[in-house]
Design a protein around this ligand. Structure first.
Ligand code: GLA
Length: 444
């Protein structure tokens, strides 16, 4: 939709609002490095050309008024107060509340203004392209402008990304910081290798002779819905693994050691090699499946204590948690991200593709985040000549990302379109070529 049309709609929907400004916020496609960010390990996404356009203006009082041109999202409004209460679980306004609450905590503005926001998106929802974090970032950019805080001058994009990653936990997802970081910092034509704690980004140019496609499985994975509990199982189990390793270190080196994240194996005081880390982990987690009872025994805690400290309401499977497999994914995916970066810089595109296939297998078998629809799409991409394919984003549905040599694009598209049509997917809606685009910007 043209910007004049949007401005016209804005003034009709919000007759009391002042003159509106606008921002454009992309989504993201992760090329490799899944479920690593909350472990403090690197990821490798791009920002998409598709995204959310947000028109906004201050309004008198302290009401925040939300409208979405997608009729699936009913109008919402809430008071801008200190400690904004969450709306109903799963409500789309929670992403906007999260952004404003997070900025209020950080900036402690003397007064809390009202504003009107109108969203128009060409980013499919729950497709693994981070539409929810885009909504958080769009709301944050609008609010900063209304507060008179200048992005890049008063607050850096890296700092804002960190704040919003934390702020988004408001919706109940224990996500890491990948989405907000790339959405705010991406450079067109580049993938971003992102490291965490502290947040830092290396922009790696994408070669001309590669095409990136996203293929939507049609299996919906709303981060605010049931996928949330399944997503959170990842960070919770990684935390249990850290606790078991802390315990092991206490026994071996007789020191109280705090290991907040699995990435701390490799950085900071421990500074282990991958091999050393693997050996330590196998001493700490001796069996492939660890029951709640086994975990409690090793931690020398009661089962209730393990639940309340680490597992919360995560159901405990009677056969035990697959902790070794979860850790295997984290370590091997970390290696693959580093190798992917090197492959890109060396122009080794076939190698980069292989790493993506390996990543998918690890996500599916060791991290348990794939679903049959995603596995089938990866195999279809292989059959259609893609150099690499894997699920992208949180998993449990959403999309695959496909890595296709420029010379093979036509055949790939023909074969994938045929596959989609034969498997109940509309190729025009499911298959989409992605261009690595720039991060969020103000339009006016
Ligand atoms: C979601 C989260 C991210 C990241 C990915 C998985 O998109 O928001 O922080 O953990 O899942 O890599």
């Amino acid at each position: 939709m043209k910007s004049e049309e949007l401005t016209h709609i804005f003034s009709q929907v919000f007759p009391d609002a002042g003159r509106c400004a606008a921002c454009r916020v992309p989504g993201r496609v992760n090329l490799i490095g899944e479920h690593l960010d909350y472990n403090g390990l690197p990821v490798f996404p791009i920002a998409t050309a598709q995204g959310i356009t947000c028109l906004f203006a201050p309004v008198p009082g302290n009401e925040v008024l939300l409208r979405n041109l997608d009729p699936k999202y009913a109008p919402r409004q809430f008071h801008n107060v200190r400690g904004i209460p969450a709306g109903e679980s799963g409500d789309w306004s929670n992403y906007c509340r999260a952004a404003i609450a997070g900025l209020n905590r950080l900036l402690t503005p003397p007064s809390l203004p009202g504003m009107a926001l109108l969203f128009n998106s060409d980013l499919p929802v729950a497709s693994g392209l981070s539409s929810s974090s885009s909504l958080v970032v769009a709301t944050a950019l609008a609010y900063l402008r209304v507060l008179g805080v200048a992005l890049d001058t008063d607050i850096s994009r890296l700092k804002l990304a960190q704040i919003l990653a934390e702020a988004e936990q408001y919706v109940g997802t224990r996500g890491g910081g990948m989405d907000q970081a790339v959405i705010l910092n991406a450079i067109a034509g580049h993938a971003a290798k992102i490291d965490f704690f502290p947040l830092r980004i290396e922009h790696v140019p994408l070669p001309e002779d590669i095409a990136i496609f996203v293929c939507d499985s049609g299996v919906r994975a709303e981060k605010s819905g049931t996928a949330r509990a399944r997503y959170n199982a990842g960070p919770l189990l990684c935390r249990v693994i850290c606790a078991l390793i802390e315990r092991q270190l206490r026994e071996e080196i007789d020191e109280d050691f705090v290991l907040p994240r699995l990435g701390d194996f490799f950085y900071g005081p421990l500074c282990l090699t991958q091999r050393e880390a693997g050996e330590l982990a196998s001493r700490a987690i001796p069996a492939p499946l660890m029951t709640l009872q086994m975990i409690a025994g090793r931690l020398q805690l009661g089962e209730d204590e393990v639940r309340s400290r680490y597992l919360q309401d995560l159901p405990a499977p009677p056969e035990g948690f697959p902790l070794q497999a979860r850790l295997r994914h984290v370590f091997s995916e970390f290696r693959r991200v580093e190798q992917f970066r090197d492959a890109l810089l060396d122009g080794a595109l076939v190698r980069a593709g292989q790493l993506m296939y390996e990543s998918h297998q690890s996500c599916a078998e060791d991290y348990g985040i794939s679903v049959p629809g995603l596995d089938a799409l990866v195999e279809a991409a292989r059959g259609a000549g893609a150099l690499g394919a894997r699920l992208t984003g949180a998993g449990f549905g959403g999309s695959t990302v496909n890595w296709v040599g420029a010379e093979a694009v036509r055949t790939y598209m023909e074969k994938m379109s045929f596959w989609c049509s034969s498997n109940g997917l509309n190729p025009d809606a499911s298959l989409c070529r992605m261009r690595a685009s720039e991060g969020a910007v103000y339009l006016v």
